[in-house]
Write a protein that binds this ligand. Structure first.
Ligand SMILES: O=C(CO)COP(=O)(O)O
Length: 256
């Protein structure tokens, strides 16, 4: 069996201005169109820009292999929720993915496991692949981190019951490694991702699941991770499209 495609995702968070975001997406679309590994399906690439850029970014990616996603959604599908964006709106805007429960949202916007669970359910209900973020707050041994993250994941999907053919992505992001200079160690990443994969594999609800690593991930990391790590969730170190292209190369090498 050929290895599963490597999943690469980039969240732009709120780093770029609007024009800069759209220009960056056009550059990524061009890079991906020229990169055989993205076109062949050996590498799956998704980009999560800010809400206002979703439509022009979708236009930039139209007809190509790059998938679009959002960084957040509301748990209801419509109604009096000022300032919020719904799953159906994201689908209409062309999104395939949506991020749920990022550490910054948990910390700064008081998103707890109950909200994460409601948002994950909203994503799945609307045909969006949730990228469910989990991660331990402080440095700790890998087995403790794995137990913490598995419990977070279990809580984050507890309301999802009807899982036939549902796809989920889990982004393992140790909070202490986000916005840092270095990612977690390769051994730590492999151990935690492996435990998350084992937990997901034991769930009939999620026949299609992938686990990726994020937190100061950048060039040179992917090649050192085993197949238990399905890909990378990138932040700052993908701002340079050349660096992102290099990571796509590493993913292509992994595919063999
Ligand atoms: O949180 C992250 C991706 O969503 C990781 O961000 P950094 O790679 O910039 O630390």
């Amino acid at each position: 069996m050929p290895p599963a495609p490597t999943l690469l995702g980039v969240s732009l968070k709120m780093y770029f201005g609007h024009r800069q975001t759209v220009d960056w997406c056009r550059d990524v679309a061009r890079m991906a169109a020229e990169h055989p590994a993205v076109g062949s399906g050996a590498v799956d690439l998704f980009i999560l820009p800010s809400f206002p850029a979703l439509v022009p970014a979708g236009q930039a990616f139209a007809g190509g292999p790059v998938r679009l996603g959002a960084q957040n959604l509301h748990w209801e599908d419509g109604g009096p929720f000022t300032g919020e964006v719904s799953g159906p709106q994201l689908r209409e805007a062309g999104c395939s993915y949506v991020e749920v429960g990022h550490a910054e949202r948990r910390r700064l916007f008081a998103e707890d496991d109950r909200i994460v669970a409601a948002k994950a359910a909203a994503a799945l209900r609307n045909g969006l692949i949730p990228v469910i973020c989990v991660g331990e707050q402080q440095r700790m041994p890998a087995d403790e981190a794995a137990a913490t993250c598995t419990a977070q994941l279990e809580a984050g999907v507890r309301t999802v019951t009807d899982g036939q053919q549902l796809q989920v992505v889990v982004a393992y992001e140790p909070v202490w490694a986000i916005g840092s200079s270095e990612p977690a160690s390769v051994e730590h990443i492999r151990a935690v991702c492996s435990r998350l994969r084992t937990w997901l594999a034991g769930q009939d609800r999620f026949p299609h699941h992938r686990v990726m690593y994020g937190g100061s991930a950048g060039p040179g990391l992917l090649g050192r991770l085993g197949q238990e790590v399905g890909g990378l969730f990138l932040g700052r170190f993908a701002h340079d499209v050349g660096a992102l292209a290099g990571i796509v190369d590493e993913a292509a090498e992994r595919a063999g």
